[in-house]
Design a binder for this molecule. Structure first.
Ligand SMILES: Cc1ncc(COP(=O)(O)O)c(C=O)c1O
Length: 381
């Protein structure tokens, strides 16, 4: 088994920067460059033959690798351009005109996803926004059709009580759409054990797979009953017959639309390979050590954090309130410490399995130094 710090050599940017922004854009494995070249070579040398030599099936073959990472059976995951579109495919399976036309979602959902569900009010959906995971459980009733929730909140890194939400939703006949973007690759997820109906995520963050490769899992027994209105020829059971009417294919195929994002799918698997090789359980163990150390160091330096103190509820990101995050954040970046900041919570630090404890110590020292340079009157918290 390779030492975790040994993997640093596989991520070139780590030689140049302190890379703590894996909750936003995971570091690129050098192998991703090779995969993109492989794509270009296949286009160049195989031309149109590349479609039948693997390109057409990519949304499912790449989906099968995601399936291994999320505890899903083969053939149950399809790949899409982004999470917003994957959720739009889910929404398009339903009509919001009967007694059961409520969407109960949570305040902490990622804005893009919120905008999409809000827009369903135009199609007759009744939108209920709950303040948190407990609130979601309380708001679900017999009028609820869909419950889009997030596994790990993007703003605070809090792990939500998805089990309780699934239990309540299923008791009242509602379906859960889980956004696992901020968990997969750092917090273990088993969609089968959890019993969620749909799950989505992307590759940009902890999976180190880059943009353009989002995934959609649909519970296999449910998939067979759904006919998405947002559809296309990849969802047809005989796409090359060019028939005038849709005839939905089986399994994950039926959730596809048009031509897949081939280069994005080539690039993405390099990151998945590393995550699979290291193992999410091992990544999680290291992540808990790292976030615990960060919170200790930040606490000793007098900073306040909105990250959950209980490691069981804490995902891979630590947030910390600093005076003027909009000044301190860019100054950290200028010093080679890559991180970001969000309204209300301050800086976000997302170490991955390849970061060292020394990097975390260095980062807290720099945050302290830059915060001391704050104009008179700015509070530490
Ligand atoms: C939890 C979560 N959901 C969704 C997204 C974005 O989704 P999309 O792929 O549509 O850009 C993000 C991105 O930051 C996220 O953190």
């Amino acid at each position: 088994m390779r030492d975790l710090l040994d993997y640093r050599a596989d991520f070139p940017i780590l030689a140049e920067t302190t890379y703590l922004i894996n909750h936003s854009l995971g570091a690129m494995p050098a192998a991703a460059e090779e995969r993109v070249l492989e794509y270009a070579r296949s286009w160049n040398t195989r031309g149109v033959r590349a479609w039948e030599e693997g390109w057409w099936e990519l949304p499912l073959t790449v989906g099968d690798q995601i399936a291994r990472l999320i505890g899903a059976p083969p053939g149950s995951v399809s790949m899409h351009q982004n999470v917003t579109l994957a959720e739009a495919v889910v929404i398009s399976c339903f009509q919001f005109d009967g007694e059961r036309r409520r969407i109960v979602y949570e305040h902490g959902n990622f804005p893009s996803v919120r905008y999409l569900y809000q827009a369903q009010a135009r199609n007759g959906a009744e939108i209920v926004v709950a303040p948190d995971d407990e609130g979601v459980v309380g708001a679900i009733d017999e009028r609820t059709l869909l419950v889009p929730v997030t596994h790990v909140l993007y703003r605070t890194g809090r792990i939500q009580d998805v089990e309780a939400i699934v239990a309540r939703a299923h008791e009242s006949g509602a379906l859960v759409v889980l956004d696992a973007y901020q968990s997969v690759g750092t917090v273990p997820l088993d969609v089968t054990a959890l019993g969620v109906d749909f799950a989505v995520g992307g590759s940009v963050k902890w999976l180190c797979g880059g943009p353009g490769a989002a995934w959609l899992y649909v519970r296999p027994d449910l998939a067979a009953t759904l006919e998405p209105a947002l559809t296309g020829w990849q969802a047809h059971s005989r796409p090359f017959a060019f028939e005038p009417e849709q005839d939905y294919a089986d399994g994950a195929w039926r959730f596809l639309t048009g031509t897949p994002n081939v280069p994005g799918l080539y690039a993405a698997t390099a990151g998945y390979d590393v995550v699979e090789e290291v193992g999410v359980e091992r990544i999680r163990e290291r992540s808990v050590e790292q976030t615990t150390l960060l919170l200790e160091l930040l606490g000793e330096a007098g900073f306040v954090s909105d990250s959950p103190p209980d490691p069981a509820r804490r995902g891979g990101t630590v947030v910390v309130r600093v005076p003027e995050p909009e000044r301190v954040g860019p100054e950290l970046v200028a010093r080679g410490i890559l991180c970001d900041w969000r309204p209300e919570v301050g800086l976000r630090l997302g170490p991955h399995f390849f970061n060292s404890d020394d990097e975390l110590r260095f980062t807290v020292e720099q945050i302290l130094q830059l915060s001391r340079a704050a104009p008179a009157g700015a509070a530490r918290t």
